[in-house]
Design a protein. Structure first.
Length: 330
């Protein structure tokens, strides 16, 4: 029996190379070993989003990227969180067994309070409860996580343990699959690559767009002239070569240190490598995008398959909680 993986991601629109070498390639690889459920968590996005104008398009573009990158909807369930409303019910039921003190001590909650003091909404504090509902509604057993997400998963496990001890065992305790996803810095070389910092390269970008973006990348700040020896170990362009030009990194490092290559040429090489690496992806994306309604079909099928699991779970939850069910009235 293959274990079930659950993972959710906010709808952030067209994905960038940081998402690609981090989460997406991992999602694709997990399909070989696990039954995977990949969810676009649009309700979670509302905890920090006040303007929802682009959420539909962002969902569509992100799913298109996922599918073109190799997430196979025949193998995996790909769906939108809000399309299976049973998750809201489970969230509410879990909220009754989750002490508020557990939620108030979550480090990311404290950070968010600092970041958006004008919008400390109820959803923000309940975020880990909804996340627990996401995983357990589909009886997710394995959750790919980075080190920074381990406290969230531990909280989910605590909520599950408490529910199971109060009402009887319904849920498996989800296990974290620690994944050392590489941190990809943006073109500024300082912040994590992110659309919100406008320092990203989209994986669907054309070769011309890739080249234009790479040319703006910050390099070794100490290298003012071409004749200055460079320090590849502190240069973000070099870090990106590690992902996209792995066969030539040693050579590039030597040429950089010996001032035998200029930063413009080095960036040209990087732009070509990124472009070449992503060529098959771009072709698949264009082909999928040319099929009208394809993404919607995948999401509709994903929602149906996810809801079948969800309905079974929530019925058992109601039964274990001894709630009078509508079906009892017949
Ligand atoms: S030559 Fe390349 S690795 Fe060296 S500083 Fe310039 S961009 Fe960075």
């Amino acid at each position: 029996m293959r274990k079930r993986v659950f993972s959710g991601a906010r709808p952030t629109g067209r994905q960038h190379i940081g998402n690609y070498v981090g989460a997406i390639q991992n999602y694709v690889a997990l399909q070989a070993e696990y039954d995977c459920i990949y969810c676009i968590v649009d309700i979670h996005a509302l905890t920090t989003l006040e303007d929802t104008e682009s959420i539909r398009e962002d969902t569509h573009e992100m799913v298109l990227d996922w599918l073109a990158a190799g997430i196979d909807p025949q193998k995996s369930i790909v769906f939108v969180q809000s399309h299976v409303p049973q998750v809201m019910e489970l969230h509410t039921l879990f909220s009754m067994v989750t002490p508020l003190s557990w939620l108030l001590r979550v480090p990311t909650f404290k950070e968010k309070v600092k970041m958006q003091p004008e919008n400390v909404n109820y959803g923000l504090v309940g975020y880990p409860v909804l996340m627990t509902a996401d995983i357990t509604l589909y009886r997710g057993e394995v959750v790919p996580v980075g080190e920074d997400q381990l406290p969230h998963l531990e909280l989910a496990r605590e909520i599950v343990r408490r529910f199971n001890s109060l009402f009887g065992v319904v849920f498996p305790e989800p296990q974290g699959k620690l994944t050392n996803l590489p941190l990809v810095l943006g073109l500024d070389g300082v912040q994590k690559m992110s659309k919100s910092y406008d320092n990203q390269i989209e994986i669907s970008a054309s070769p011309e767009e890739i080249s234009k973006r790479v040319m703006t990348a910050v390099t070794d700040p100490a290298r003012k002239y071409r004749s200055d020896p460079g320090h590849p170990e502190i240069c973000n362009v070099f870090r990106l070569h590690n992902f996209f030009t792995p066969a030539r990194v040693e050579e590039i490092a030597v040429e950089c240190r010996g001032a035998r290559i200029g930063c413009v040429d080095c960036k040209k090489t990087l732009a070509e490598s990124i472009s070449l690496n992503l060529e098959p992806f771009r072709e698949r994306r264009a082909s999928l995008a040319s099929k009208p309604g394809y993404v919607n079909e995948v999401l509709a099928d994903g929602a149906n398959r996810a809801e079948a699991i969800a309905e079974e779970t929530i019925t058992e939850v109601r039964r274990k909680m001894r709630l009078l069910q509508r079906s009892d009235l017949d």
